[in-house]
Design a protein around this ligand. Structure first.
Ligand SMILES: Cc1cc2nc3c(=O)[nH]c(=O)nc-3n(C[C@H](O)[C@H](O)[C@H](O)COP(=O)(O)OP(=O)(O)OC[C@H]3O[C@@H](n4cnc5c(N)ncnc54)[C@H](O)[C@@H]3O)c2cc1C
Length: 403
């Protein structure tokens, strides 16, 4: 009998772990992870009994088939989120959805834009800044906040697909996403604190070097965040310039997430989300009995804000809720600035004009030996999510399995 083939998976996020689970019947699988634990951008912290903090992913955005079926398979409870949308304007909180005049017309222009247009090009063509400041501000706020993207890089087609998609119910996992990561990690040969620095390869043979060891296998599946490929933090020998170039055609944004635990709830209990023009503009509540408010600052503004994060968050909340001494009510703060997160350095991907072609390159195996997967390589209706990572990891495992 021939020896079982070996594969190394780099990265123990959602994509790497589901691929490991799928491949373990056919391969001897080893997962190498740079950080001290599995999870990557899907990591829950448990600072006190009964309190959990989602440092990264928090929501399940709709009826997402892989995520929900894994939760069911694992018996992990999840529940729909509720709460109303509020707008903060001139020191007043109003229960209403953000509304953009000319929205339908904007979508119509977007549907007809060339595939290679950026959102800034479209706005400049139809909505000049001197006449449409409010519309442009609103679009910019949304694109930066939700997609983590600057207007001059994000593709119109990418935004059009996102904005015209029916949003279903959103869910949260009862004890956080780490329960799903723990389920996926079961029985997997995972080695943490191993940062892969280089890969020397020939057909069906790879040698990986980390800061203190080397590993060999027949194949390697690389599931690191796309910016690690953009920055060539892993060196290939022979080199793979077409893959690096492709990675650079995929947008990569950053985010700061604030979880502030208060001594008492000073907000109305029906509040779900609050949108504002403050430095930390978006806030949401957790469950009805939780004393945590979660703040979100995404995109170029998050890159620009690297100091006094707690002060900025508290003064945003003080203005929104009209409570000047809000810091007296604070119990603990948990701030996750993803631009400085080890081995990740950012939030998630967004579509640029040539991203789809780039994904086609990156998902083409190199000599049936080197494979790439992860959230940023996914094509479908749920980009930038855990579902995207699971879907892409699973798909790539199927491709590898056939070899
Ligand atoms: C703040 C924030 C909020 C989010 N909110 C949501 C949400 O509500 N819902 C949702 O669905 N998605 C959300 N996302 C996106 C979601 O978390 C990601 O799309 C998904 O977790 C990506 O999984 P992945 O496996 O592709 O990558 P990752 O989770 O990044 O896993 C890649 C792993 O590779 C490791 N690695 C990197 N370099 C090396 C190396 N050289 N050697 C070894 N290991 C290496 C990293 O440490 C990491 O663990 C959010 C993300 C962030 C940051």
């Amino acid at each position: 009998m021939s020896a079982q083939k070996e594969i190394i998976i780099i990265g123990a996020g959602a994509a790497g772990l589901i691929a490991a689970k799928e491949l373990s019947a056919q391969y001897k699988v080893t997962v190498l992870e740079a950080r001290p634990e599995a999870g990557g951008r899907t990591t829950t912290q448990y600072p006190a009994p009964g309190v959990h903090i989602e440092t990264g992913a928090e929501f399940i955005h709709g009826e997402l088939p892989i995520t929900l079926s894994l939760l069911k398979e694992a018996g992990i409870p999840y529940h729909p989120i509720n709460g109303e949308m509020y707008l903060s304007e001139n020191g007043e909180l109003k229960q209403e959805e953000a509304w953009i005049e000319d929205w339908d017309q904007l979508l119509d222009h977007m549907s007809k834009a060339p595939e290679t247009s950026t959102m800034l090009q479209l706005l400049d063509q139809y909505y000049p800044a001197d006449q449409f400041a409010a519309l442009r501000n609103h679009v910019q706020g949304y694109v930066q906040g939700y997609d983590l993207a600057p207007l001059d890089k994000v593709s119109v087609k990418y935004l059009y697909d996102e904005w015209t998609l029916e949003q279903g119910t959103n869910y949260r996992i009862e004890n956080g996403y780490t329960s799903l990561i723990n389920y996926l990690s079961k029985g997997i040969n995972l080695i943490t604190n191993q940062t892969v620095q280089s890969i020397t390869w020939a057909k069906d043979q790879v040698t990986l070097t980390t800061q203190d060891r080397s590993y060999t296998a027949n194949k390697v599946l690389i599931t690191v965040p796309v910016n690690i490929l953009q920055n060539e933090s892993i060196q290939f020998s022979p080199s793979l310039p077409a893959y690096t170039a492709a990675a650079r055609q995929i947008g990569w944004g950053t985010v700061i997430k604030f979880n502030l635990l208060f001594k008492q709830a000073f907000w109305k209990r029906d509040i779900g989300f609050v949108l504002s023009d403050e430095t930390v503009p978006v806030w949401w509540t957790q469950s009805a009995d939780s004393l945590i408010l979660t703040g979100w600052l995404g995109g170029p503004d998050a890159e620009g804000l690297q100091k006094d994060l707690l002060e900025k968050a508290l003064s945003s909340l003080a203005n929104i809720f009209n409570i000047p001494n809000i810091s007296d009510l604070l119990d603990q703060s948990f701030i996750h600035n993803w631009s400085t997160a080890q081995a990740i350095h950012g939030g998630y991907s967004y579509g640029m004009p040539f991203s789809e072609q780039a994904k086609a390159v990156l998902t083409t195996p190199v000599a049936d030996t080197i494979y790439f997967a992860g959230e940023a390589l996914y094509t479908g209706d749920s980009p930038g999510t855990v579902e995207a990572a699971l879907h892409n990891g699973k798909e790539m495992a199927r491709k590898i399995g056939a070899n």
